[in-house]
Design a protein around this ligand. Sequence first.
Ligand SMILES: N[C@@H](CCC(=O)N[C@@H](CS)C(=O)NCC(=O)O)C(=O)O
Length: 200
Amino acid sequence: MSAYKVYGDSLSGNCLKVKWTLDLVGRSYAWIETSVLKGETRSEKFLALNPAGQVPLLITPAGEPLAQSNAIILYLAEAHGGDLLPKETFARAKVYEWLFWEQYSHEPYIAVRRFQKFYLKKSDADIDPKLMEKGLAALTRMERQLRASSWIAGEEFSVADISLVAYTRAADEGGFDLNAFPSVKGWVARVEERFRQGMR
Ligand SMILES: N[C@@H](CCC(=O)N[C@@H](CS)C(=O)NCC(=O)O)C(=O)O
């Protein structure tokens, strides 16, 4: 069976979600480095594959393209994931809850501030203050959750942890101090350990 292909930028947390999930489920893949900063996501060739002009983009072994990081990791978990999605319906729905929240209330602030500060080298004064305010609100919500449960969506490790760790682990590059969120910091370490164990 031919392998998956991933068009991804190694600097992007959204793309790393796909890499980590493929590594955890033990599927082989070809990684096609596609640089956002060099504008490679806007080339005619890439737009023909993903008209949204964004990475990550998964190409299945059957040649079908699939975009949106959380859709991709859910697909991989359903297709091969074993224990990356709870079997019980409500527990699974809680995973979806966190995945949708990540895209609406976390990534647009924490990832965007990191991109502007760390990659575009904008000064704090040139960054919309709303990004810090909303990013801190997202980390505060996670801190509360992770004081009460081992993993973000409950007592089982899942694709919600993979999704949320992607930009949380790099939040300091966006100017967020994770020392103020000790439960989040401990969880990041546990998720990273899980990646190391799973990929041995
Ligand atoms: N909601 C999308 C966001 C994808 C996204 O924003 N990708 C960025 C890199 S992290 C990108 O390709 N930007 C290039 C562009 O917009 O031209 C996902 O989760 O996959």
